[in-house]
Design a protein around this ligand. Sequence first.
Ligand code: PMP
Length: 367
Amino acid sequence: MSSLFVLPPECLLQPFPVPQRLMLGPGPSNVPTRIAAAGAQPMLGPPIMNQVKSGIQYAFQTRNRVTLAVSGPGHAAMDCAIFNSLEPGENESCQWHMWREGAKMNTVVTSAGGYFTNEGIEQINTVVFFLTHGESSTGVVHPTDGIGDLCHKYNCLFLVDSVAALGGTPICIDEQGIDIMYTGSQKVLNAPPGTAPISFSERACQKIFNRRTKPISYFLDMSWLANYWGCDDNFHHTGPVSSFYGLRESLAILAETGLENSWKWHKALAEYFHKGLEEMGLKLFVQDTNARLPTVTTIVAPPGYDWREITGYIMKTYNIEISGGIGPSAGMVLCVGLMGCNSSKANVEKVLEALADALKHCHKSRV
Ligand code: PMP
C-alpha cells in the first residue's frame, strides 16, 4: 500500500494508441517516417546545429550569420523577433496600444482575403514593420517585393512571419531586404512542432546587439542565443536535440528536392485543387488568383451548411482533418492545408471526394 497522496494516474497505466490521420488542416502536417526516425537517434550535441543552420540559410535564401532554430513553436520565434527588435517606449510618436514589452503597436487592417499595397504600407510610421507572408486564416500570400526597400528608406526593420508559407511559395530574404524572418517546423517542413527557424540581417543585428535595455526574456535573448548557436561552449539552455534531428532531416529533404521545385510543385498542386473545387461548384475565398497561398486553401463556407458538420463528417468518414476559419475568417471558410509531403495529387483527390460526399450527406438548410 503506497503512502503517497497522489496515486499513479490510471490513464498513464494504459498504452496510448495514437490514430493515423491525414492532417490536411492549416498545420501541423503529417511527419514522414524518414523525419520521425531521425528524431529517434541517440543524443549528440552541437555538430548537428551547424547543419541545421546551413539548411535554414538555404530555405530562407540568406547568408545571415545570425541564423538558428529557436527551441519552441512558431510563437516562440515570434516573441524572439519582437522582444529583441523592440525596446520599451519605442514608437513614441504614435498613439498606439502597448505591446507586451512596452513598445507601442499599431495594427493596420485590410478586408479578410485582401492584402496591402506598398503605397498603403509607406504611410505607416513605425520602427519595425511586421507582416505575415502566408496568412493561414485567410489563405492569402502577401506580396513582399519592394517592402524591404521602403522599410529601409525610413530606417525601419522588416519582420516577416513565414510560418505557413516557407518552402511552399517563394521568399528570398537577402534579395528582398527582409531583416528578420521566422517559420515553424510543422508545416511545409513536415517536422514535429517545437523548433522554429529564424534569421536576422546585419541591420537587425546592429539594432539588437546595441540595445539600451535587455530584452524581457532571458530564454529568447538573442545575445545569448547567437552565442549558443555559434557553438562556443556557452551553455544557455538544453536544446531539444531530437527535434533538431527531425528538423535537420526535413531541411535535408528540402535541399534534395530543391527549393524552386518545391515552390513549383506546391503551386501546381494548389491550382489542380482549386480547379477541382470550382468544378464542384465551391468558391475560393481569395478572389485574386495571384494572392492565393499554395499551402493553405480557404474555401467559402458552402451556403446553407454548418461548416462544423462538414469538417466533422470528413473526419469521421475519411479520417481526414480539415478545419474552419480562425480570427478574421471564423465561420466564413473551410481551410485545407497541402504542405510538403501532404501536397500530393492523391491527397487532393481524397479531399475533393470527401468534400463532395460531405455536401451530399450533411444537412443543408434553404438559403
Ligand atoms: N503564424 C502563422 C501564419 C501560423 O499559421 C501559425 C500557426 N498556425 C503561427 C504563426 C504560430 O505557430 P505555432 O503554432 O507553431 O506557435
